[in-house]
Write a protein that binds this ligand. Structure first.
Ligand code: SF4
Length: 496
C-alpha cells in the first residue's frame, strides 16, 4: 500500500480493513462486505495515512462506506454479509439431468462430448431419471431447478416427459417448489412436444452463436440450417407465450452464445441478431475448455486479451443500442453490477464464492453417475473422474453434501482463502470455479495470476468500474435497469 499515491506513513489505526486497485489515476477501495469508493490520489493518500479531518466530505464518504476503523458499523457489516451470502442458507438448488449424449447437431466446440444419433446406450432410463429427481428433491433448498441437458434432450423426450411428470408429482408430495428448464438446439421440436412443455411450464433455453452464417458454421445440422431451425422455434415459442397471456418482456426463449475466435470480429452483428430475435440478454462468455475443445481448441480458442477487447467493444455497442431504446443487457455486466451496486449475489454459480460446483449444482449423468456440477460431468466424458461423487443407487443427499470432493471444492473456491483473490479489490464481487481451475491449471485452488478466468473477471470489472467512474447518467440508468431482477413466476411450480 505504501507504494501507492505516494503514501509515506501508512496509518495502522484510521482505515478499517480494505483492499485497493489503481484504475488510471483513481484508486478503487473496497471492504470485505462489498462497500466501495473511488478516490483520487490526494484523497487516497489522506485515507491511507489517516490524515482525513473528521466531518469533512471525504470523512463522510469513508464513514458511509464503512471504511473508518473507529466508526466501523458492525451491525451494518453483518447485515450486508448475510445478504450477500444468502445462497449458502440451503443445499444444492440446480440439478442437471443429462437425458442423453445423443445429439442431432455437431458443434466445433461441443463441451458435452456429444454422441452420434445411433448411440442409444447413452440415453438415460426412466428409472435413473426417477432416482435423480428423488436426489434433487431431497435437497434442503425449498426451491429446486431441474434442468434437462444433453446431448440434445429432445432426442430422449419420453424420458424427459417422464421425469417432468414424476418430478411434479413428487414435488407436490414433498411440499417443494420446483422449476423445470431445458437446454435444447430446438431442431427436433414439434407441436406435440411443445404443447407438453408449455402445459408443464418448462422454461426453454437455446444456443445462438450469432448471425446465420456464423451459427451454421459452428453448429452443423445435416442437410439444413441449424440457425433457421432455432430461430423458427424461438419465434413460435415466443408467440405461444403471448397467446397464453404472458408478458413477452419477461417470458421469451433465452439464448446462449459460445464465443469462438471467429465471433470476436462479429460483436455488433451478434448483438443485432439477438435483438432481432427478441432476446433481452446476451452473455458474452469466453469459450470453455471442456469436451471437444481438447481437440478443437487450437482452431477456435484465443488469447483472453483479444476476448476483453471484444467484450469492451461489444458491450459499448450494447449500451449504445440501449440508448436508442433497444432493451438488451449484457449478462456478465448484470451479474457483477448486481453485486457492486446492490450488495446482492444473483447466485450465478461460476462467479461466486464458494463456487457452485457441488455446493449448489449437481449433475446426474445418463448412466446414473452423479457429479459435482456439469463441468465435472464433462470431465468424466473425457476420461477424468476426479469430481465423480457416486451413483444414484449408492448416494443419499447427505452423502452428496458432505462428500470430501464437495468440501474440498467449497474450500478451494473461497476467495477469502485463495492466494491472489485474498488481496484483490474485486474479492467481494468475484469467484472462480474449482473444476475450471483443475481443468486448466491442474489444481482446484488455481493460480489466479495465470488464470484465464481471473483475467476475464478482472478485465470486465475494470471496464465496469471505469463506467461507474465516468458516471454518465444515461449509462447509470441503463445499468440500473440491467440489475432489476424480475422473477419468472410462471415457471415456478408451487406446492398446493
Ligand atoms: S479471480 Fe482474479 S479478479 Fe477475481 S477476486 Fe480473484 S484475483 Fe481478483
Amino acid at each position: 500500500m505504501n507504494m501507492l499515491a505516494g503514501i509515506q506513513r501508512p496509518s495502522t489505526t484510521f482505515p478499517a480493513f480494505f483492499r485497493v486497485r489503481q484504475l488510471g489515476d483513481m484508486f478503487l477501495v473496497t471492504n470485505a462486505q462489498g462497500d466501495w469508493l473511488m478516490l483520487d490520489a490526494h484523497d487516497f493518500k489522506a485515507f491511507g495515512e489517516g490524515t482525513v479531518a473528521p466531518n469533512t466530505p471525504l470523512w463522510g464518504r469513508l464513514r458511509a462506506a464503512n471504511l473508518i476503523r473507529a466508526e466501523f458499523d458492525v451491525a451494518a457489516a453483518a447485515a450486508r454479509m448475510k445478504k450477500r451470502y444468502r445462497f449458502l442458507d440451503y443445499g444444492p438448488n440446480l440439478h442437471m439431468l443429462v437425458a442423453t449424449l445423443r445429439c442431432n447437431e455437431t458443434c466445433v466446440y461441443c463441451h458435452a462430448s456429444r454422441a452420434d444419433m445411433d448411440a442409444t446406450h447413452t440415453d438415460m432410463t426412466a428409472e435413473i431419471a426417477e432416482k435423480s429427481v428423488e436426489l434433487a428433491l431431497a435437497s434442503s433448498a425449498p426451491f429446486v431447478t431441474i434442468e434437462f441437458q444433453g446431448g440434445e434432450p429432445l432426442v430422449n423426450f419420453p424420458v424427459v416427459k417422464h421425469a417432468i411428470l414424476y418430478g411434479q408429482k413428487r414435488a407436490q408430495e414433498l411440499g417443494k417448489s420446483v422449476e423445470f428448464t431445458m437446454v435444447s438446439n430446438l431442431a427436433l421440436m414439434d407441436e406435440e412436444k411443445l404443447s407438453f412443455l408449455l402445459d408443464h411450464r418448462v422454461q426453454l433455453c437455446t444456443s445462438i452463436d450469432g448471425p446465420e452464417h456464423l451459427h451454421d458454421k459452428q453448429r452443423k445440422l445435416v442437410a439444413s440450417s441449424s440457425y433457421n431451425a432455432a430461430v423458427g422455434w424461438i419465434a413460435r415459442i415466443n408467440k405461444a407465450y403471448v397467446e397464453r397471456g404472458l408478458d413477452p418482456t419477461l417470458y421469451h426463449v433465452e439464448a446462449l452464445l459460445t464465443t469462438t475466435r471467429e465471433a470476436l470480429s462479429r460483436g455488433h452483428d451478434i448483438v443485432d441478431t439477438y435483438a432481432k430475435l427478441g432476446c433481452r440478454a446476451l452473455f458474452l462468455r469466453p469459450i470453455d475448455p471442456f469436451g471437444f475443445m481438447e481437440k478443437t481448441g487450437a482452431r477456435v480458442d484465443y488469447p483472453r486479451e483479444d476476448f476483453l477487447k471484444f467484450y469492451r467493444d461489444t458491450t459499448d455497442y450494447i449500451i449504445e443500442q440501449n440508448k436508442k431504446g433497444v432493451q438488451i443487457l449484457e449478462r456478465y455486466a448484470a451479474i457483477f453490477l448486481t453485486k457492486i451496486l446492490h450488495g446482492e449475489d444473483p447466485n450465478f454459480l461460476d462467479i461466486r464464492s464458494p463456487g457452485g460446483a457441488g455446493v449448489s449444482a449437481i449433475a446426474y449423468n445418463h448412466n446414473g453417475k452423479v457429479f459435482a456440477g456439469d463441468e465435472a460431468r464433462m470431465m468424466h466424458e473425457t476420461g477424468d473422474d476426479t469430481f465423480l461423487l457416486g451413483t444414484v443407487d449408492d448416494l443419499t443427499y447427505e452423502k452428496i453434501v458432505t462428500h470430501p470432493t464437495v468440501r474440498a471444492l467449497a474450500l478451494a473456491s473461497n476467495v477469502n482463502g485463495r492466494p491472489d483473490c485474498v488481496n484483490c479489490a474485486y474479492n467481494p464481487f468475484c469467484g472462480v470455479d474449482g473444476v475450471h481451475t483443475y481443468k486448466t491449471q491442474g489444481s482446484i485452488s488455481g493460480r489466479m495470476r495465470e488464470s484465464t478466468v481471473c483475467a476475464v473477471h478482472k478485465g470486465i470489472q475494470d471496464y465496469l468500474f471505469e463506467k461507474l467512474r465516468e458516471n454518465d447518467p444515461e449509462v447509470m440508468e441503463i445499468f440500473r435497469r440491467w440489475t432489476i431482477n424480475r422473477a419468472r413466476e410462471h415457471f415456478v411450480q408451487e406446492p398446493v
